[in-house]
Design a protein around this ligand. Structure first.
Ligand SMILES: NC(=O)c1ccc[n+]([C@@H]2O[C@H](COP(=O)([O-])OP(=O)(O)OC[C@H]3O[C@@H](n4cnc5c(N)ncnc54)[C@H](OP(=O)(O)O)[C@@H]3O)[C@@H](O)[C@H]2O)c1
Length: 323
């Protein structure tokens, strides 16, 4: 089968579009014919092995443990392992796996759910990691409540476009922070208000939010806290940083260290791939309350271009690979 393979860490030059064996199917796994695979900033981190913290966390100290890149996938089940009970060949699924930039991938049964009936494969592949992150940031870390004022920083990005829609679905009053050209997009997905960060500062002292979900821009924690109500919650999701050891994770770690000493609630999110969240997302998508926003699609052999585009940090929603 065709796949995007890397043997060493590095920039997109280490990626090879080549033929490899189909992955071997384990007992609790499904072999999926991949039709589409999502791209997010995490792909660049796993490709480069940066920040180094990732390598220590188990992704491979000197070379990547998993040679084929890509995590989000949507496709059709080709075969099921002996222990699989919930799926059968022919089922349309979406979820996460190791190595989705390939014609076939093996995924654990508990990492997949039935594809939302109202989505194409491309749209479904855009959902898992970005929507998990938005959901867990708002619901689990942010404890979002109906009627709360919620600020989404990076509202036009992969995580942000899901976060705006999910926060609205949870009954919040939502303000999105993005650049000028993306204000219409952020309004179109349901934001009640938009702040153009190239002109206005949300933390200028005139407005305060019960919950801030920060996905972009690397603003200091003190700056972000100026935008909170006295008992408000700040959830640090991401934001790309240059540090080779911690990258953008340093702010997240600082938030966790500072949290016990402050009245504001400071939270850092490490999102996890949960089947019940995938099912929650499928339902809310089928109910028409959330829909993926696709910026661009690229064919499998153009994965390097797709990764470079996402790494520039100005995506309008999600980038997807069609296979
Ligand atoms: N903690 C976790 O578990 C977890 C999980 C997934 C992702 N992440 C991280 O979360 C971050 C966002 O991911 P993503 O997939 O949403 O990235 P993305 O698709 O690249 O989106 C980034 C967005 O940030 C906006 N942006 C850039 N600079 C900004 C600024 N100064 N102020 C406000 N917005 C700004 C960009 O829009 P403009 O063009 O308008 O600037 C773009 O739409 C990344 O750092 C990623 O690594 C963390």
């Amino acid at each position: 089968m065709k796949a995007i393979v890397q043997e060493t860490y590095g920039s997109t030059e280490v990626l090879e579009f080549t033929d490899v064996d189909k992955p071997a199917l384990g007992g609790g796994e499904l072999l999926v014919r991949v039709h589409a695979a999502g791209v997010d900033p995490g792909v660049w981190h796993l490709m480069t092995g940066l920040p180094y913290l990732l390598r220590i966390m188990g992704f491979g100290l000197r070379v990547p443990k998993v040679r084929i890149r890509g995590s989000d996938l949507a496709g059709r089940v080709e075969a099921v392992g002996n222990d699989v009970t919930r799926f059968q060949p022919g089922d349309e699924v979406f979820g996460t796996c190791e190595g989705s930039f390939a014609e076939y991938a093996c995924a654990r049964e508990d990492k997949l759910a039935s594809k939302p009936v109202n989505l194409t494969y491309e749209q479904a592949a855009a959902v898992p990691i970005s929507a998990f992150t938005a959901l867990q940031g708002l619901r689990d870390q942010g404890r979002v409540q109906p009627g709360q004022k919620v600020l989404i920083i990076g509202a036009a990005g992969g995580v942000g476009t899901f976060a705006v829609q999910l926060a609205k679905a949870f009954g919040a009053e939502v303000t999105g922070v993005c650049s000028t050209a993306k204000a219409d997009l952020v309004r179109s997905i349901g934001a009640d208000d938009v702040i153009d960060y190239t002109r206005d500062d949300f933390a200028d002292g005139t407005r305060h939010y019960d919950l801030i979900l920060d996905t972009a821009g690397n603003r200091s924690l003190s700056h972000l806290r100026r935008g909170l109500t006295p008992r408000g919650t700040l959830v640090i999701v991401g934001g790309e940083g240059d540090g080779r050891w911690f990258g953008g994770i340093d702010r997240l770690l600082r938030a966790l260290i500072l949290a016990p000493f402050l009245r504001h609630k400071l939270r850092g999110l490490f999102s996890t791939e949960r089947q019940e969240d995938l099912q929650f997302l499928r339902q809310i998508i089928e109910d028409g309350k959330v829909a993926p926003v696709i910026d661009r699609t690229y064919p499998l052999n153009e994965v390097p271009e797709a990764i470079r585009y996402v790494h520039q940090g100005h995506a309008r929603g999600k980038v997807v690979i069609t296979v």
